[in-house]
Write a protein that binds this ligand. Structure first.
Ligand code: NOJ
Ligand code: CA
Length: 703
């Protein structure tokens, strides 16, 4: 009898279920899944009864099958999940992962099945595709190819979009702010790393941040990108306002090669009527798998300095050792080569940085240009440029490691691959063995230039797999990682917290040698690139104007000095660099104190004010401490930040306020600042004037 009832139950499911609805735990977000008469899957999203995503197509095209129509709904299940977890490091001490889940199982004849899994949170929705073999075992889906993904995000109007152009090899662009209908990606400026080909006029990168006329903030992105290409978005404004998934291709006809059991990354829509909620969202982290590293003791949030900015500013040091070309690693006798005298990574200079780090309490020193190969490094598809183990003759590894150890400072390794990734993979074991021998605990990797294997892209499946192999291998060897020029992050640091930070956007370095990052850049990054994880933005530049180094040089950092301080709070990262030269910090020791004091790991974060492209004010409570830090930044417009201190405990606090000077201005007077000390309480509301391109940084100590 029980069996008959069960059978009847599943039969009813087959006949009746053509639409399913699931709500977020608080009921604000509603998602409906529907299958049309032709068997086409679609979904719709609402926030507080307002449509956010109109009925939009879903599906995948595989070599074996086409999961876009002719599908039957054979089962649908709902469940609830509620758990609180503690990140190894982060913006808050604990994170609640609370969602309602809907899984619909679709079938094509009886050959293949596709589960679409929706997780609906109070701050948005994620869904992913999980193709698998069907009931007829004659046609297994053990190995298959993905030709195309057909995920649409049909928006309700001509929203304002904060976007960068779609490019398969780079995210290093300044953001554009336009209506969806005014997106013209081909008019954007390139990335400067030689691999910036823009895909087309109507293709943009995800994440994209959107604002609707009726006050909704919407972020479209992805979470848990592993073993799959990154998702760009094609923009169509001829037929409503639609974004469609555009996967980064590989060297061959398919965009991805998959094996069962398989799942795509999550497609994410974060939505709220408050911009501050978008920055406070943990949905992308929650959609990633829990920590896969058993013993995480080796992972330490940290501040570092480095032999780095001196190579980026004009007329200063260089990565390479000699003025020679036609250098092949294997036939060089470096001892016989005459140096040009501008090499940055010398033993002596490294010791100078180690001294500075030790004196001012920095954890580590990054040294770039220590290893042979930089004479030929600039990409262009060359093989075997670096070996990652041979120092230049003027860099004494034994001596600098010994010196660093004596001074209690760690060295950060640098592996610039110049895009020759196969070479790096071949040499990685040896490179790691060298790091272990000399006590390096962290590595900065780099992927400047075109990728080898030739034809692969920085953001395609092959490279996504490579970044994953590196993270895992470094974790096995208890090494922390900071990747430059990788695919943009999608929350994987929940699973692999040794991935402290990465670049994957236009960092501060662009200000040293290009037209730079406009003052609004740092007010957009947290709404876009940083949604997926921390960035090694390299803040703390006190000498903004490059004509200081080279007469007439027009480049400059597009912020005031005080805004550079505020970035340590507004641009969250557990790895923060004090990027300027030690000699520049010596000139502004009182302001430098903030960089020395600011924490890099937090028990709490409160986003006080935010508007993409305009301003951000954030307060954070340092880990295991009563001390709070506040950062407030603005774009090219001066404004008054309202900092309501009601997040403080009861009692008296001393606020040390680092703010723009009266006549400060990012362009005309960037180095003007004032430092003021004040007694405050949780009833205090500070009103602080931020200069054009300015900011303010505050330390709040219980006293
Ligand atoms: C680009 C990176 O972003 C930068 O930080 C690094 O100094 C150079 N490549 C050299 O590796
Ligand atoms: Ca603006």
């Amino acid at each position: 009898m029980k069996r008959i009832v069960l059978l009847l139950g599943s039969l009813l499911t087959v006949l009746c279920l053509q639409a399913e609805t699931v709500y977020s735990p608080n009921g604000n977000v509603k998602v409906t899944f529907e299958l049309s008469e032709k068997g086409e899957p679609t979904y719709t999203v609402w926030y507080k009864n307002k449509e956010v995503i109109k009925p939009s197509c879903m599906g995948l095209k595989l070599n074996m099958d086409d999961f876009t129509d002719g599908l039957k709904l054979i089962e649908s299940k709902t469940s609830t999940f509620d758990e609180t977890w503690e990140p190894v490091w982060g913006e808050v001490k604990s994170i609640r992962n609370h969602y309602n889940e809907l899984v619909v199982t679709l079938e094509h004849i009886d050959w293949y099945q596709l589960d679409i899994r929706f997780r609906v949170y109070n701050d948005g929705v994620g869904f992913r595709y999980e193709p698998r073999s069907g009931r007829n075992t004659a046609f297994p889906l053990t190995y298959y190819e993905v030709f195309e993904e057909n995920t649409e995000f049909r928006l309700t109007g001509n929203h304002t979009a904060f976007w960068i152009p779609g490019a398969y090899d780079s995210n290093e662009f300044a953001y554009e702010t336009t209506l969806l209908s005014d997106i013209h990606a081909l008019t954007c400026n390139g990335s400067g790393i030689g691999t910036n080909k823009i895909v087309g006029d109507k293709t943009i990168q995800s994440p994209v941040m959107l604002k609707s006329d009726d006050g909704l903030y919407i972020n479209v992105f992805e979470a848990a990108l592993v073993d799959y290409p990154a998702m760009m978005l094609d923009v169509d404004t001829q037929n409503g306002y639609c974004l469609t998934s555009h996967l980064v291709p590989g060297a061959t006809h398919a965009v991805a090669y998959m094996q069962e059991p398989s799942a795509t990354p999550w497609r994410t829509i974060i939505v709220s009527d408050k911009a501050t909620d978008i920055l406070a969202s943990n949905m992308i982290l929650n959609l990633n798998e829990p920590c896969a590293i058993e013993n995480t003791d080796f992972i330490k949030p940290q501040k570092y300095i480095g032999i780095w900015w001196e190579m980026h500013v004009p007329n200063h040091s260089s990565w390479d050792y000699a003025s020679i070309s036609g250098v092949r690693l294997k036939d060089m006798d470096w001892q016989a080569v005459k140096p040009h005298g501008r090499h940055g990574a010398t033993t002596e200079n490294t010791k100078r940085y180690i001294d500075f780090a030790a004196k001012h309490g920095f954890d580590a020193v990054l040294v770039e240009g220590w290893n042979v190969g930089w004479e030929e490094w600039a990409g262009r598809w060359k093989e075997e440029v670096f070996d990652f183990v041979t120092p230049y003759p003027d860099f004494d590894l034994d001596a600098v490691s010994e010196y660093a150890k004596e001074k209690g400072v760690k060295l950060i390794m640098h592996h610039e691959t110049s895009g020759s990734v196969t070479n790096y993979e071949r040499r990685m074991d040896e490179a790691i063995a060298l790091m272990k021998k000399y006590g390096y605990e962290a590595v900065k990797t780099g992927y400047v230039g075109k990728i080898i294997p030739r034809g692969e892209h920085h953001d395609g499946q092959w490279m996504v797999q490579h970044y994953q192999r590196v993270v895992e291998k470094m974790a096995q060897n208890k090494i922390m990682l900071n990747a430059h020029e990788p695919v943009r992050p999608t929350g994987l640091h929940r699973t692999y917290p040794n991935l402290l930070a990465c670049e994957a956007a236009r960092g501060n370095e662009f200000n040293a040698w290009s037209h730079g990052n406009p003052p609004e850049h740092e007010t957009i990054l947290p709404f876009t690139r940083l949604m997926g994880g921390p960035m090694d933005y390299t803040p703390g530049i006190f000498q903004q104007k490059m004509d200081y180094y080279q007469a007439g040089n027009p480049c400059q950092v597009h912020t005031t000095l005080a805004k550079q301080l505020a970035l340590y709070v507004t641009m969250y990262s557990p790895l923060q660099m004090a990027a300027d030269l030690p000699e520049n910090y010596e000139r502004f020791m009182d302001a430098f104190q903030f960089i020395k004091d600011v924490a890099v790991d937090w028990d709490d974060t409160q986003v006080l004010e935010a508007e993409p492209g305009d301003y951000i004010t954030i307060a954070r409570k340092a880990k295991n401490s009563d001390t709070w830090f506040v950062g407030a930044i603005t774009d090219e417009n001066s404004r008054t930040a309202t900092i309501d201190l009601s997040f403080l405990d009861k009692g008296n606090y001393t606020a040390t306020i680092y703010k723009d000077g009266k006549n400060a201005h990012w362009e005309k007077n960037p180095q003007s600042y004032q430092i003021e000390t004040k007694k405050v309480k949780n009833t205090t509301v500070l009103k602080i004037k931020l200069a054009a391109g300015g900011g303010c940084a505050i330390k709040l100590e219980k006293k």
